[in-house]
Each structure stands twice: as C-alpha cells, then as structure tokens.
Design a binder for this molecule. Structure first.
Ligand SMILES: [Zn+2]
Ligand SMILES: [Zn+2]
Length: 265
C-alpha cells in the first residue's frame, strides 16, 4: 500500500466519522462496532492483491482485444474535455460494474467470493472495504477495461477512480441522506443499504455502483419509500478474519459446513 492510500484512508476517516456521528442512520451503532478491526485490515492491505489482479486484467485485455480498437477512436475520445470524458466514463463504467456485480450474484461460484462483502452486518464507511480481492479486481476490471480500450485520458480515469472510491464509501456509510427524486438516478446510501438487506424481497436488487437508473432500466430496482432495511448480512457461514475470508471461496464445500443456501434461488 502506498503512502497515498494511507493518507486517503485518514482523510476518509476524518470526513466520515464526524458525518456519521451527526447524521447517523442508526445512532446506536458504535465506531468500534463488530468486525471493525477486520474491516480496518481490509482498508489497509486489501489494495495490494487487488491492484496486482487489476493490473493483470487490464494488461491482458489491452494486449488482446485492445488491438481491435482503431487508434483514431482513442485519439477522438482523449481529445474531449475532461468533464465530458468523466461523464461518459461514469456511464460506461457503471454498465460494466452492473453486469459484473449481477454475475457475482447469479453464478454460485462467484457468489462465494461476493458473499464476503455481503457478510457485513453493521454498515458504515469502513465496512465498504470488505470485498474479496478476486471480487474487487474483476468488478473493477469490468468498469476500467472499457475505459482503457476506448482510450480515455489517464487524468480523466484517475479523477473517476477517486470519485468512484469516495462514492463507494458514501453508499455504505451509516448516514441518513435524502436526495429526493435524484434517488432514481444516482445511487444513494438508502439504495445500497437495500442491496445489503437480509430480506428476501431485496435479494438481487440495486446492483449499480453509481447510477441507480441502470437498475430502473433492467427492472432490478428496490427502493420502498423512505424505509431502510431492518438487518444486513447473509446466512452463508463466513469466517470472521481476513485470511480465513480470503480462503473461504476456494475451500471445498465439505470443509465449510454449508448453511442452507438462501441466495441461489
Ligand atoms: Zn452484491
Ligand atoms: Zn456494498
């Protein structure tokens, strides 16, 4: 992890901890809640295996299908103003994210990786980091590979990476935030908290990372009024520590003592 990451984590803590205190969705939830230290391990170290995986995916894609994109496309794309590139990037990347995220829910082998993220029982900004590196590298790959193939400028992609990360922390934060009718357009904490709901009606809904309207488009939106879920989590027998969680998806089913499948239907 680079110094930049530690600084970014410190800045995020300084922003989100006071906001969560002032505008708490669940005022009784403690900063040092259950699994706090495990999620801190994710925040500090998980970017290392994830970045290695993501670089490999981007390198593989650009060296293979990258040849199919003519040079003039990249030139036209990167010569647009950064704000226009950023707007296009957010739309293109989130369609990629939506598809990958939906696959992680639909394919049982992929779900075993993604179940780690859904094992969060107390949502806050720090819990957002609890994502298996295979899950994170592949979903980020689905977001970022099209951007590199189409030739967006590195400054526009870097700006997007910062916005995407900050938005991800906000979506998981223990914050009551009403964005009115924009909630049908942009992903809000309420939108993503429903994605984490341990309630059958909310399973496999709200897949988008940033643009809620993609779920409206594909009929997977679940946003009942101003309500929020009563509880979060899964029935899958997810172990409590980082190393065990890294190994969990790869262990033979007989070693895991599988609970009754609840999310495959
Ligand atoms: Zn999910
Ligand atoms: Zn989440």
């Amino acid at each position: 992890m680079t110094l930049f990451n530690y600084k970014a984590l410190l800045i995020a803590a300084l922003i989100f901890i006071p906001i969560e205190h002032l505008f708490a969705l669940r005022p009784g939830q403690k900063i040092f809640r259950k699994a706090f230290f495990n999620d801190l391990i994710y925040a500090l170290f998980n970017s290392v295996p994830t970045t290695v995986g993501l670089i490999a995916i981007v390198a593989l894609a650009t060296s293979t299908v990258g040849e199919l994109v003519p040079d003039y496309v990249g030139h036209a794309v990167s010569s647009q103003p950064v704000w226009l590139q950023l707007t296009e990037i957010i739309v293109i990347a989130d369609f990629g994210f939506y598809g990958a995220h939906r696959a992680f829910h639909a394919v049982p082998f992929l779900w075993r990786f993604h179940a780690i993220h859904h094992s969060i029982e107390e949502l806050d900004w720090l819990a957002a980091h609890r994502i298996h590196p295979v899950d994170l590298a592949l979903t980020k790959g689905a977001s970022f590979v099209p951007l590199y193939l189409l030739g967006f400028s590195s400054s526009a992609i870097a700006l997007f990476a910062i916005i995407f990360h900050a938005h991800g922390l906000l979506l998981h934060a223990n914050i009551k935030l009403n964005i009115g009718p924009f909630r049908w357009l942009v992903a809000s904490p309420q939108f993503h908290h429903w994605h984490h709901a341990h309630e059958r009606a909310a399973y496999d809904k709200n897949f988008a990372g940033q643009l809620a309207f993609i779920d409206v488009l594909f009929g997977t939106m679940h946003l009942p009024g101003d309500t929020v879920p009563e509880r979060y989590g899964v029935d899958d027998p997810i172990p409590p520590t980082y190393v065990e969680q890294l190994a969990y998806p790869l262990l033979p089913k007989s070693k895991i003592n599988e609970a009754p499948a609840t999310r495959d239907a």
